[in-house]
Design a protein around this ligand. Structure first.
Ligand code: FAD
Ligand code: NAI
Length: 466
């Protein structure tokens, strides 16, 4: 029987990164994966395919609408959807191969099959009707999450789709009805709108992107509406009738009231994700779950069963690949006797639309609710030289700093490349930096990042270009 120091169940960004770090620390490691390819949701049906399609569809839209004004004259672009899907698949394959390479390089055994925890130190791996039991000193559960479903609306991944189906549609739908104005709805809604679909988003709450700073979300909604998105906020879809010609979605005000019917060709259900623990045998093994079905862990990622840890989407916290990765590193270090740690106050979030939305730390709403006195510095991209010459001036930077200490508590950006720009704020916040520190840091000219420096100057009411 094979014996290991660590067996990781699941090879998403949490699992494979944990395995690599554990191997670096001298452990003998195996990963268990039930999917045909490594990389989890993120590489196969999540971050990577969505970003490939966001990039390709943005190029398509730019070629159609932005090239001419820069004096680049091309004939109207034609969409070759199979080729675009092939571009997406090449991106997935390249990344999956990268993870396979990392497993080999770090001498990590890949056990293909479904992992089930039999108890402390024992994992059963089953595939094709056969099973083996491996012994291990430690187990990390990194089994990720699955789509949340809506009662009475059956996902067939052809016409009524989750994100997985929406990443592989065979033709551009005339009309898409998106249920949920969260990250998936706005990213994948953007992809299909750019390729020609009419997109309507139905959201239960009275705002889009719950959790993001409200002022940013408001401006984002206005920009998306200008791009052609239609929103029905404060509404819920109570059922979808499927007929041969169209899908008929019944929509009601969230608070109750008269229903209306909206026709669509594709309905995308994206109302969140739920932890995935099927087949792991957690109940029998004695691994406790919390009230929301997530594996319960202590501050050191330990579950209720000795020698069993859990990380990533299957535990509490934001369902983000980089959060899963950092937890993977931290738990490997803890198992190795080191002081692994994740700072949950400084986890950036990015929506990869055009413009992008990014955020780190507290929102204005959170500061208000916590009763923390704060100052605000804002700077619009309309006053940023680089954005002006590129004619990409939508959006602004917003910095929230402690009113007494000037320590930066939150940074929120809407604008082109906001997802790349947020990291200087994250580093600053890791070091407990102030708005004054940012304001006094020399920023290269002309860059969009100068808007961050200007917003920091604006905290002290001394922005130069405004
Ligand atoms: P997962 O990536 O879900 O991996 C879990 C793995 O465990 C899977 O491969 C599964 O097959 C395997 N598994 C499950 N049970 C077993 C078992 N019993 N035995 C063996 N194997 C098992 N996050 C970002 O940060 N940025 C993004 O841009 C982004 N885009 C996204 C776009 C979409 C459309 C979606 C759906 C998600 C996106 N996410 C994004 C979220 C991101 O994908 C997840 O946060 C991340 O994948 C979580 O990593 P994980 O390792 O916890 O789990
Ligand atoms: P989400 O939690 O971001 O958004 C779901 C939205 O659906 C919310 O606005 C919610 O209020 C709404 N909603 C819930 N029930 C509803 C109902 N019955 N009717 C109408 N609206 C309803 O979830 P989403 O978009 O499905 O994404 C899942 C997860 O994947 C996210 O938590 C995110 O962390 C991750 N993800 C991250 C990305 C990124 O980092 N760029 C990209 C895509 C996904």
């Amino acid at each position: 029987m094979a014996t290991y120091d660590l067996v990781v169940i699941g090879t998403g960004p949490g699992g494979y990164v944990c395995a690599v770090r554990a191997s670096q620390l001298g452990m003998k490691v195996a990963v268990v994966e039930k999917n045909a390819t490594l990389g989890g949701t993120c590489l196969n049906v999540g971050c990577m395919p969505s970003k490939a399609l966001l990039h390709a569809s943005e190029m398509f839209e730019e070629a159609a609408h932005s090239f001419a004004k820069m004096g680049v004259s091309v004939s109207a672009p034609k969409l070759d959807l199979p080729a675009m899907m092939n571009f997406k698949q090449q991106g997935i394959d390249g990344n999956v191969k990268g993870v396979e390479f990392l497993m080999k390089k770090n001498k990590i055994d890949v056990l293909k099959g479904t992992g089930k925890i039999l108890g402390t130190g024992k994992v059963e791996v089953s595939a094709d009707g056969k099973s083996q039991v491996v012994e291990t000193k430690n187990i990390v559960i990194a089994t990720g999450s699955d789509i949340a479903r809506l009662k009475g609306i059956e996902i067939d991944e052809k016409r009524i789709v989750s994100s997985t189906g929406a990443l592989s549609l065979e033709k551009v739908p005339g009309r898409i009805l998106v249920i949920g104005a969260g990250v998936i709805g706005l990213e994948l809604g953007s992809v299909w709108r750019r390729l020609g679909s009419e997109v309507m988003v139905v959201e239960f709450l009275d705002r889009i992107l719950p959790g993001m700073d409200g002022e940013i979300a408001k401006q984002f909604q206005r920009i998306l509406e200008k791009q052609g998105f239609a929103f029905k906020l404060g509404s819920k879809v109570t059922g979808v009738e499927v007929n041969s010609k169209a899908l008929l979605a019944k929509i009601e005000p969230a608070a109750g009231g008269a229903a209306e019917t909206i026709e669509a060709d594709v309905v995308l259900v994206c109302i969140g994700r739920v932890p995935y623990t099927d087949g792991l045998g957690l109940k029998e093994a004695g691994v406790a779950l919390d009230a929301r079905g997530r594996v319960q862990i202590d501050p050191h990622f330990a579950t209720s069963l000795k020698g069993v840890y859990a990380i990533g989407d299957v535990v509490a916290g934001p369902m983000l690949a980089h959060k899963a990765e950092d937890e993977g590193v931290a738990v490997a270090e803890i198992i190795a006797g080191q002081a692994g740690h994740v700072n949950y106050d400084v986890i950036p979030g990015v929506v990869y639309t055009t413009p992008e939305v990014s955020s780190v730390g507290k929102t204005e709403e959170e500061l208000k609710q916590a009763g923390i006195a704060y100052t605000v510095g804002k700077f619009p991209f309309t006053a940023n030289g680089r954005s002006k010459v590129n004619q990409t001036t939508d959006g602004f930077v917003k910095i929230l700093a402690d009113a007494k200490t000037d320590r930066v508590l939150g940074v929120h950006i809407i604008g082109r490349e906001a997802g790349e720009m947020i990291h200087e704020a994250a580093v600053l916040m890791e070091f407990g930096g102030s708005a004054e520190d940012l304001a006094r840091t020399c920023h290269a000219h002309p860059t969009r990042s100068e808007a961050i420096k200007e917003a920091a100057l604006a905290v002290g009411k001394r922005a130069i270009h405004m």
